[in-house]
Design a protein around this ligand. Structure first.
Ligand code: SF4
Ligand code: SF4
Length: 230
């Protein structure tokens, strides 16, 4: 991403850039790097070409070895815009790792919502598993996510997490999916062991293989695998 920088030696302090920046990123002839969206309007309108456009680093991409296999991931610098570019880089690295290592499957853990990073995580995927919790906002987000997957012609699957916290909403989600021909892959119960596993930094299936959530996750995974192989 790019960032506007004002050269104080060239600036004649006309105030035009501050007036035209719709992100409020310029104050007292200085650019606030957190608010600058890199739209370049100020660069174009400055009458004395006092504003430069510089590249800035938004985050770093990493490739790590884990005991479950290689992992491509990234760290966004706090305050930086969550553009899809970093996600695209993570996806490219993952694809390369899979090709080099002869892996058949790349699992992409997409972010919540329907913004740029989500769209970037959807490109070229075979199936999208939407994880929803049985709340009204969860149902709302589910509908938006399914619409997005539809738009990109990606087959949708659904998993209901903590399904037992609201049986009415779980029923509503299942009904909604049934009407649209979307398969519900699994129902994961609320399980306090999940929090304990997170505290020690382990997946629940490893921390407590017999926990209710672990059993439900294994069952769901075999359903998902069946779908991927079909
Ligand atoms: S590049 Fe756009 S957002 Fe950044 S300071 Fe200039 S006008 Fe504002
Ligand atoms: S538009 Fe250019 S000259 Fe005017 S205040 Fe901004 S940087 Fe300075």
């Amino acid at each position: 991403l790019n960032l506007a920088v004002i050269d104080p030696l060239k600036c004649i302090q006309c105030g035009l850039c501050e007036e035209k920046c719709r992100f409020g990123a310029i104050n007292d002839f200085e650019v606030d790097s957190i608010h600058c969206e890199g739209c370049k309007v100020c660069v174009q309108i400055c009458p004395v070409q006092a504003i430069d456009f510089v590249e800035r680093i938004c985050g770093h991409a990493y490739i790590s070895e884990t005991k479950y296999g290689p992992m491509s991931h990234a760290k966004l610098i706090p305050g930086m815009e969550t553009s899809g570019k970093l996600v695209v880089l993570v996806r490219q690295n993952a694809k390369r790792l899979a090709e080099e290592g002869g892996f058949e499957l790349v699992l992409v853990d997409g972010p919540p919502g329907i913004g740029c990073p989500v769209i970037a995580s959807l490109s070229d995927i075979d199936k999208g598993l939407v994880v929803v919790e049985p709340t009204l906002s969860g149902i709302h987000d589910l509908k938006r996510a399914l619409k997005l997957l539809d738009h990109f012609e990606v087959e949708s699957l659904v998993c209901i997490n903590k399904y037992d916290l609201n049986h009415d909403n779980t029923k509503a989600i299942r009904g909604f999916c049934f009407e649209r021909g979307i398969d519900v892959m699994g129902l994961i119960p609320f399980d306090p062991m999940v929090t304990k596993a997170m505290v020690v930094g382990q997946p629940i299936v490893e921390f407590d293989p017999d926990a209710a959530a672990s059993q439900a996750l294994r069952k769901m995974w075999s359903e998902v695998k069946g779908h991927l192989e079909s």
